[in-house]
Design a protein around this ligand. Structure first.
Ligand SMILES: Cc1cc2nc3c(=O)[nH]c(=O)nc-3n(C[C@H](O)[C@H](O)[C@H](O)COP(=O)(O)O)c2cc1C
Length: 439
């Protein structure tokens, strides 16, 4: 199989590949559009650059942020992005992804409040901006401590080491989970976040429920039943009348075939009929912003985080990563077209390395997404936004090289960050992990 990698020595090399591969990526050399502020409800994102949620697997045992967690958000705050989307945070012990996942509850509220204050203060002192802060609330479902299943599917069960006879989560338990989300949203408001994200992506609990065609009862089968959980949570939070925005990080499609997936038809092709309907309904429910992503890292990571190098037990990318980047950008575009006055946050820019700003500016100028989000790049190069805004470029020597080492660390629940660019902190856990894996 051909090994694809980023091998562009100049911007025109990238332009040539876009043409050769028959892709449609808008490029813009004037980056000023990225400095524009964007309104979200009554709030404002001071520029169009965002840090995507990236789990660092470094909480204290009670779920509060550790010194290393704080270091990560301080680096982001210094880096100049207008939007910082805080990583997946558990809303209950049952739904915690791993013992090192952050968990918001009454006893950790104070620590979260301090983290929010520090993040805002550092951003203001360093860059004179007040970043928009979103907290991603999650239940890890089948990928959590308790492997909680919405529906069984053979391949997903095997990958997540789930007993095929394990009882599925009951409707009553899902209703309890709705209340856990509401409690967490109230705490997030007290902590000072601008918004909460009802995480509905990557096949964690709510995302799995969106594809639960084979489940019976009020949360399975029809479109209305499968989207009931996320919509109930949003309505219940809105009923509290607390002054906090509600947003969703949504899978555009799962790449899991019907009748187990979302946004995917019987032949396994992308079918955005239902995702488009949901995005329109979320708009009608009063949401102002949706963050669009895709797939699940547990089955097909190349689709949502295009890479040059797979993880040790992963697989080489079966397509040119630029095709993956192009697909992610067009999925966001199609959904932005449904809700032109909403803020769609786009995903999947890190593989483009130091040429990402020109693509991000092209996408923003074309109106294909209003805010452009960076995941792995933020681990490698937390001040990329300041370099774009102040110097008009990203520096080649500082970029993420899509080596998948951060994915490897996260999958093993080890301290997670950039092994290449932040090596003093993350080489030791990576070396230890590789020794233990014996590969
Ligand atoms: C180590 C790691 C941790 C991640 N943690 C989260 C998370 O907490 N929540 C989430 O929605 N996505 C998470 N993601 C996905 C990223 O937010 C992002 O969608 C993905 O990396 C693709 O964007 P990129 O090409 O800019 O890296 C994670 C990805 C990686 C590699």
């Amino acid at each position: 199989m051909e090994r694809y990698r980023f091998n562009y020595r100049s911007f025109s090399d990238l332009e040539q590949d876009i043409v050769k591969l028959g892709l449609d990526l808008p490029l813009e050399s004037d980056l000023s559009v990225l400095q524009e502020a964007v309104s979200v409800g009554d709030g404002q994102i001071p520029n169009r650059l965002a840090i995507q949620p990236m789990e660092g697997c470094d909480s204290l045992p009670d779920g509060s942020p550790s010194e290393l967690t704080e270091r990560r958000y301080i680096r982001y705050a210094q880096g100049g992005c207008g939007l910082i989307w805080f990583e997946a945070v558990a809303v209950s012990n049952k739904g915690r992804g791993k013992p090192s996942q952050l968990h918001i509850h009454e006893s950790t509220l104070n620590a979260f409040t301090q983290l929010v204050d520090k993040t805002r203060n550092v951003a203001m002192e360093t860059n004179g901006i007040n970043p928009y802060l979103v907290l991603q609330l999650t239940h890890a479902g089948r990928y959590g401590n308790n492997k909680i299943i919405v529906v069984h599917e053979e391949e997903l069960d095997r990958k997540a080491k789930v007993d095929p006879d394990k009882a599925i989560v009951t409707d009553e338990e899902l209703l309890e989970f709705e209340d856990d989300m509401v409690k967490a949203a109230l705490l997030a408001k007290q902590a000072g976040f601008d918004a909460v994200d009802i995480k509905s992506c990557h096949r964690y609990l709510i995302s799995e429920n969106l594809g639960a065609h084979t489940r019976s009862g009020q949360f399975g089968g029809s479109y209305q039943n499968r989207t009931r959980l996320v919509k109930n949570i949003i309505r219940k939070i809105k009923d509290q009348q607390i002054d906090i925005e509600v947003t969703v990080r949504l899978n555009s499609y799962d790449a899991v075939n019907y009748p187990y997936g979302w946004g995917t038809d019987v032949q396994g092709h992308i079918d955005l009929t239902e995702p488009k309907q949901l995005v329109a309904e979320l708009h009608n429910l009063g949401l102002s912003m949706i963050n669009i992503t895709a797939s699940t890292p547990y089955l097909a990571p190349h689709l949502s985080r295009p890479y040059d190098q797979p993880t040790k037990r992963g697989y080489p990318a079966p397509e040119h990563p630029l095709i993956g980047v192009n697909r992610m950008i067009h999925l966001a575009r199609e959904l932005q077209e449904v809700v032109p006055d909403m803020v769609i946050v786009g995903t999947g820019y890190s593989w483009l390395r130091h040429y990402a700003p020109q693509v991000a500016a092209g996408v923003a100028k074309a109106g294909w997404a209003k805010v452009l989000g960076f995941g792995r790049q933020a681990f490698a190069y937390p001040d990329f936004a300041n370099d774009i805004i102040n110097q008009g470029e990203m520096v080649g020597k500082k970029v993420c090289v899509s080596c998948s080492k951060c994915s490897e660390l996260k999958a093993a629940a080890r301290l997670t960050g950039c092994v290449v660019r932040d090596n003093q902190v993350y080489v030791p856990p990576y070396v230890q992990l590789i020794k233990e894996m014996n590969v």
